[in-house]
Design a protein around this ligand. Structure first.
Ligand SMILES: [Fe+2]
Length: 304
């Protein structure tokens, strides 16, 4: 049986069904937490990790924010083997009181928010196949662990993630529009955020650091817009899920991110509700433009 992960020979995630949503046909997984089946990773699994780890560390050397790279070292992440969640948790719990929990895959919003609100970060336990090195449409262990976990050691970013989770629980109670506003904030910061540093623009978003192509494109291509961080602007901005982003938002510091989440979002949601959303690639007159994208190669349709 496919779902009999503990009894069978193959390590397969417990995928429950597929669900048609506005983001396409997405897999639905069992929503509970699981022990990381570390002993069951195959040699191929470890090799996939090693290849991705080496490749991204090289690409990110002068592209990711220094803290992201340093924190991977503080965790002892290396190409040698897939890290053990327990080892990472020893470092993480002492550092910021966060904890990694193993999951089967994407979680329902409410479950995900509840984890974050309680300083638990869900990490998909399985890793992509060798033929998916360059692209996988859903989060796997490499994306979650390599991409998300390092910045959880930053105290301010760690608090931001918790505030986001609490905001998510609230938004869920308010309605679908509020949830969409908040999802865009996560997308343009946690997943695809850039940060201004004394060394220049650097990447901190997990969706970027776990992608070979986007790690270069987001900083070096003339095509995308790079705009100053603006909470309400972001909450109104559609995004791309199947191509590189057309717009990146740049923060000056993690403190700026944290401060932006301090006000109650409810009045903001109410203000935004009657206003139309901005297309992913459109620059607005009020934007603080760091780079106006040429739009080269963009697919105009398909914003989420
Ligand atoms: Fe992610």
């Amino acid at each position: 049986m496919r779902g009999d992960r503990l009894g069978g020979m193959n390590s397969e995630p417990r995928r429950v069904e597929h669900q048609q949503t506005d983001r396409g046909n997405i897999p639905v997984y069992a929503a509970g937490t699981v022990e990381q089946p570390w002993d069951r990773y195959s040699r191929t699994d470890h090799e996939v990790w090693a290849q991705l780890f080496r490749r991204q560390r090289e690409i990110l050397k002068h592209r990711a924010t220094r803290e992201f790279l340093d924190n991977q070292e503080r965790f002892g992440m290396s190409a040698d083997a897939i890290p053990k969640f327990d080892d990472l948790n020893n470092v993480l719990s002492l550092g910021t009181g966060w904890e990694i929990v193993g999951v089967e895959g994407l979680l329902p919003d409410q479950v995900f928010f509840d984890h974050l609100a309680n300083r638990r970060f869900p990490v998909t336990w399985w890793i992509r196949k060798p033929e998916q090195l360059d692209y996988i449409s859903e989060p796997d262990l490499f994306h979650d662990l390599f991409g998300h976990v390092p910045l959880l050691l930053n105290p301010v970013f760690a608090d931001y993630m918790q505030a986001y989770g609490r905001g998510g629980v609230k938004a869920h109670g308010i309605g679908a529009d509020a949830l969409m506003n908040l999802t865009r904030l996560y997308w343009y910061t946690v997943e695809f955020g850039l940060i201004n540093t004394s060394e220049g623009l650097r990447i901190y978003g997990s969706g970027i650091v776990s992608s070979k192509g986007e790690s270069v494109y987001c900083l070096e291509s003339n095509a995308p817009n790079r705009l100053g961080f603006d909470l309400e602007r972001i909450m109104r901005t559609r995004y791309k899920i199947d191509t590189f982003q057309q717009t990146y938002f740049v923060i000056d510091s993690f403190e700026q991110l944290m401060e932006a989440t301090e006000p109650d979002f409810r009045p903001i949601y109410e203000r935004l509700a009657p206003q139309p959303a901005f297309p992913a690639g459109e620059v607005q007159a009020s934007d603080r433009v760091i780079h106006r994208g040429t739009g080269e190669g963009w697919i105009k349709s398909g914003d989420v």
